[in-house]
Design a protein around this ligand. Structure first.
Ligand SMILES: [Zn+2]
Length: 247
C-alpha cells in the first residue's frame, strides 16, 4: 500500500476511535492497515488499550437510561434508540479525544511555566554566592553583592583561573579569591596574592594552596583601600606572576 502522508496523518487521529470500536468496518480495515506501518499509532493504541474497560463503567446502560423498557416489536423505536446510541458513542469518542488533547495542553502549560519561571535558578545561585562572600567578610550584612569583581588574566599558562571579589572596608579591602584548578593539576602548589598600590608598593594579601579539580573561595585582605590599588597579581612561591588584573 502506498498511502500519501496526508492520509496517514488523518488515519493517526483514528487511534482512540479504533480502540473504542467506534470505526466502521471499512474504516477499521484501513486503520489496521495503517497500524501495521505506523509506530506512533502502535504506541497510542497500546496506551489507550485499557480505556474501553473504563468507559464501559460509564456506558449509557450503566449510567441508567430514563426511558422505560420498549417492547421489541416496536421497530421504529428500536431504530431511534440505535441511532441515539450511535450518536452517544460518537460523542463519547469525541469527548475522549478532546479530553486527551486538553490534558496534553495542560501538561504543556505546566511544563512551559516550569521552564520559563523568571530566573529561579540564577536568583538562588546569586543568593548563595553573596551569602558565602558575606560570611567570608567580617562586618557585612547578611546579603551583600561584592562592591567590585575583578577577573584575572593569565600571564603564565597554568592550571588555575581566578576572579577577585572586593568589598570596601574602613580598614582597607576585603578580598575573596574565587579560584578553580584543573583536575589534571599535579600536587598542591602554594599561591600568593600580591597587591600593587598606586605608588608601586607591593604587599601580600594572603596565601593559600590549590586543590586539583576544586573551585575554592579564599578570603584574604589588604590594608590598601580600593581606590589606591593599581593591580592584583597571583604569584608562585618563586615570585613568578601567573595571573594579573586591575580593579
Ligand atoms: Zn498513525
Amino acid at each position: 500500500m502506498t498511502q500519501q502522508p496526508a492520509d496517514d496523518d488523518l488515519l493517526c487521529h483514528d487511534d482512540a476511535a479504533y480502540v473504542l470500536g467506534a470505526l466502521s468496518a471499512a474504516d477499521r480495515r484501513a486503520y489496521e492497515e495503517h497500524l501495521r506501518e505506523c509506530q506512533t499509532c502502535q504506541a497510542s493504541v497500546r496506551r489507550l488499550a485499557g480505556m474501553p474497560g473504563l468507559l464501559a463503567l460509564a456506558a449509557p446502560d450503566a449510567i441508567g437510561d430514563a426511558d422505560p423498557p420498549v417492547p421489541p416489536s416496536l421497530l421504529p423505536t428500536l431504530l431511534r434508540r440505535a441511532r441515539r446510541a450511535d450518536r452517544r458513542r460518537r460523542r463519547l469518542v469525541g469527548g475522549v479525544v478532546g479530553g486527551l488533547a486538553a490534558a496534553t495542553a495542560v501538561l504543556l502549560v505546566v511544563l512551559v511555566w516550569a521552564i520559563a519561571r523568571p530566573g529561579a535558578a540564577p536568583t538562588n545561585s546569586a543568593d548563595a554566592g553573596t551569602s558565602t562572600s558575606a560570611s567570608a567578610g567580617s562586618s557585612a550584612g547578611p546579603i551583600a553583592a561584592p562592591d567590585e569583581t575583578v577577573p584575572l588574566d593569565q600571564v603564565l599558562p597554568g592550571p588555575m583561573t581566578a576572579t577577585l571579589e572586593l568589598d570596601d572596608k574602613r580598614w582597607g579591602t576585603a578580598i575573596t579569591v574565587v579560584c578553580s584548578y584543573e583536575q589534571s593539576m599535579r600536587g598542591s602548589v602554594p599561591y600568593d596574592l600580591a597587591v600593587v598600590d598606586t605608588d608601586g608598593q607591593v604587599t601580600s594579601a594572603g596565601s593559600w594552596s590549590g586543590v586539583p579539580g576544586v573551585t575554592a573561595r579564599v578570603p584574604v585582605a589588604t590594608a590598601v583601600t580600593r581606590d589606591h590599588i593599581s593591580a592584583f597579581e597571583i604569584r608562585l612561591a618563586d615570585g613568578r606572576t601567573i595571573l594579573r588584573g586591575s580593579p
